[in-house]
Design a protein around this ligand. Structure first.
Ligand code: AVJ
Length: 317
């Protein structure tokens, strides 16, 4: 098996630290959810997807499986599959198993460990596929690699990761994705739909507390990056559905007054104060459609599950 080279555009640890300090100086305090995905965080996220309460992954997988024949028709001979936030590339295999026209796969992820693992795995499973992994923070502008392609490009952004963006950023993101696209190309986006509040809240408060561990893993990351010794038991995982904003919010709540010394920047966390660590926006079909249409994009196709829990949108120009 040939060695796979990862295109490394990963942010420096200094950049990470700078962003964390900036977020914790804000009022209210925040940490961008992309910081969840260090080695342990990526592993914990995979575990979340296997809990009985976290429905998005298995629902999306079922939609992919049930409609794979039709989805494949959008890939021309010699096409490329780009993937934002490829993680473990598990659902991607449904596509790669069926769409033999795909000749190149470009997984993009912020976690180098997830990329190393998944790209070797994929390359071993599909020996004739050109695998070009990129370690990149795709929430910022970056250059895509040049691929000598015969066919079209379909980019996929699965798992409702798009829900981490503010609605305005979502529009911009779709715009940027489609800027590299031609008339034959498309972006397949997984969108978590609005539904019963209890179902939503349980998905982010699983009974095995894996989501809590995932959220509080940020404390370990801060300890490591800033050489601190914070005690995780001083912090609490909080997740709830904010109905007005249409989003799940995750926070880390301080159980007592805590002073964080971030490279000399002293930050006080009062007892009960929260650090906002994630928004996960939920959409109606119409809301998401109008986001795309407002940006002069076309919704080519929508696939859903029977419960209307989750949708896959194929967006084109
Ligand atoms: C990877 C962003 C889609 O928002 O559901 C899972 C992350 N956070 N449990 C989501 C997550 C808590 C997940 N996304």
């Amino acid at each position: 098996m040939s060695e796979i080279k990862i295109i490394d555009m990963k942010p420096e640890t200094g950049e990470f630290k700078k962003e964390i300090i900036e977020g914790l100086k804000k009022n209210p305090k925040e940490i961008n959810p992309k910081f969840f995905y260090d080695e342990k965080g990526s592993m914990l996220f995979e575990k979340i997807t296997e809990t009985k309460e976290y429905y998005p992954t298995r629902t999306e997988r079922k939609i992919l499986e049930d409609n794979i024949g039709e989805i494949c028709t959008y890939f021309k001979e010699g096409s490329a599959l780009f993937e934002y936030g490829s993680g473990g590339s598990k659902k991607t295999q449904i596509i790669l198993n069926h769409c033999k026209q795909i000749k190149a796969y470009v997984p993009m992820d912020i976690s180098i460990s997830a990329l190393q693992y998944s790209s070797h795995n994929i390359a071993a499973m599909y020996p004739s596929l050109n695998v070009v992994p990129m370690c990149v923070d795709y929430t910022k502008p970056f250059k895509i690699p040049f691929l000598d392609l015969e066919g079209n490009i379909i980019a996929i952004f699965l798992g409702s990761s798009i829900g981490n963006f503010e609605p305005e950023t979502t529009s911009r993101f779709l715009q940027t994705c489609t800027e590299m696209l031609g008339p034959e190309d498309g972006v397949l986006v997984g969108v978590d739909l609005k539904k019963d509040k209890q179902v939503l809240e349980k998905a982010y408060n699983d009974s095995e507390s894996i989501t809590a561990e995932f959220n509080l893993n940020l404390i370990d990351r801060i300890n490591r990056e800033f050489r601190l010794n914070l005690d995780k038991s001083d912090f609490k995982h909080v997740a709830f559905y904010n109905e007005k904003k249409g989003r799940i919010e995750m926070h880390i709540e301080a159980g007592r007054d805590i002073i964080l010394d971030l490279d000399g920047n002293k930050i006080l966390l009062k007892k009960g104060e929260r650090i906002h660590t994630e928004n996960s926006y939920k959409y109606d079909i119409d809301e998401f459609t109008s986001l795309a249409v407002k940006n002069h994009l076309k919704v080519r196709k929508i696939w859903k599950d029977n419960n209307n829990y989750f949708a896959l949108f194929l967006i084109g120009i």
